[in-house]
Design a protein around this ligand. Sequence first.
Ligand code: ADP
Ligand code: MG
Length: 695
Amino acid sequence: MGASVISNTTKWKEFLTRYYKNQIGQLAVSEAKNKALVIEFPHINRFDVRLAEELMASPDAVLAHAEEALSYVDLPVKKEIAARVRVVRVPQKTQIRDLRSADVNRLIAVEGTVRKITDVRPRIIEAAFECARCKNVTIIPQEGAGKFIEPTYCSCNEEKKGVFRLLYKESRFEDYQRIKIQESPDELKGGEQPQTLDINVSDDLAGLVTPGEHITVNGVLRSAQKVNRDGKTAYFDIYMDGNAIELEEQEYDEVEITPEDEEEILRLAKDPHVYDKIVGSIAPSIYGYEEVKEAIAHQLFSGVVKTLPDGTRIRGDIHVLLVGDPGIAKSQILRYVVKLAPRGVYASGKSASSAGLTAAAVKDEFDGQWTLEAGALVLADKGVAAIDEMDKMKNEDRSSLHEGMESQTISVAKAGILATLKCRCAILGAANPKLGRFDEFGSVSEQINMPPSLISRFDLIFILVDRPEERKDANIAGHILKSHYAGELNEHRKNITTSHVSEDSVKKAMMVIQPEIEPKMLRKYVAYAKRKVFPIMSQEARDRIIGFYLNMRKQSEGENASIAITARQLEGLVRISEASARMRLSDRVEPEDVDRTIRIVTTSLRQVGIDKETGKLDIDVLTVGVAKSQRERIKSLKHIIEELAREHDGAVPVEAVIDRAAEAGMTKDKVEKELKKLKEIGEIYEPKAGHVNLS
Ligand code: ADP
Ligand code: MG
């Protein structure tokens, strides 16, 4: 902390009087408990560049001058003002991973996502001690860093150690909270672990942020000596004493769009092939899956979030689920999307993170305090959360995911922590079938370890089966080998100085896996669309959606029909149509957007909502897990058992059920399967081996 050359209370009085007199006047009459004056750094800079520089270099001394000077400003009311001075808009944000020893004790700005917060608790900043012998009171300032400093001797007896009592009333406390921020995933290059920084905040800043929020913190970087079992070491940890917190309001702020970018974006949007170009730029190294890539493209752009007058929020995010055999590039697709989407976060259902997929109250490893920690969904707020191996997620995650997907909030109530966190993200899930391979003749919910109620919250579900098919296989193989070949050429040229591989041939080979729009540009395009485009549905488009919906519902009229589609799918149709309009930066949802949406939705419904026995579309297969034909069968089976129970005195031989069911046209296989299921759900029981009865 160098001696101040420019800064002193007179200088600050001059500055504050010139720029902040009104605000200080308001502070003087304010009744607020934790007062703070927010100062914009550029004002200091304009006032005196040297003062601004000194503030950056020795923030502790300079801020002390500023806080003291508050009381010297001439005001109509005469009043002592005790307030914190908070400095915002500090220039040049430093990345957490770039913090170095030269930054210690300087005022710096860092940016990141709130990962963890502790409860707000009192911290003693001035401790008053009373000597047991002479009753004299000594005030000892507590310097932070967690250690409590106590006096050893009192002036009444310099030879003998004293006995002291802490006086609570005479001591000074502040509200204190520790938060942990982590670098934005956007800043990371593939595969890097995000780094974190602990920040102490107090008074008006305590309790200000919630996990998942993107913030900029201005503060003083500190270092604390690490200790191990043998005592102090030569190594230091860093943390920050926060001076001011700025919330990032704009969701896509992190993606910077220059005027040149905007020109390029507008040019792209006018291209009649922009739609195909976007779809073609999603995971080009993966062959096929056009319908999945199309769905993901819509997911990136998302529908419009709406807030209704009664405060209801309707989500705009489109949730997509990929179910399928292992080794068919599901994980690969997820990883690619995370790279493309602003605020993309990848997590596995199996992941060992203590916060899980959503959020959790966890005991802090440092001081055993309960902290609230954000999981993947919260960290991906306003972005895309790619959740791999979704079928393997923990039970707690499964239950909070229900809430997270629909209301887009996560509630945590544990260990005295009550919080609601926002997770306004689109979910791209991947799940493997329970038995390793997908059985095309079974229903989805039977085959993946996820409750139908959760599955039905996805707007689009795709089933990817891996059936040998010569032409397709040859194409995939060709594509994979071509991309490896391109990679080989590239590596050869890069690593061997005398390589015979020319730049041209590398470029040519790379063509197959080259996206039409570079990932960086596509991210900007998506960010621009979400920031600037809020399409409104044209009358024709609306009519078309209603027409489609009514038509599907009509198929399910009458006693014997299955229900084809529900209002939940209707909302999905609207969202996808809006996303489709956004893809060409259009202000209007046109009929063509609806047609495209209907095509995508029916492709998905066909795969998952078909009653395998009747071949009819039946959304219950998906949402309830039982098709109508199966429900009918179960109903008649129970009826049969009920009848036979009278003849057989409450213990019906399974053979008798099978015989009677055969008369109704049911095969032995089916009967045995349904009986097993009925037993599992406790509708029937086995009074003795080989016999059944209704429970
Ligand atoms: P999953 O998560 O579905 O089990 P992975 O994403 O781990 O599968 O994929 C296994 C490997 O197979 C990956 O390296 C992937 O690139 C490759 N692969 C599978 N299908 C394709 C395809 N259609 N195009 C290109 N690569 C593929
Ligand atoms: Mg996988």
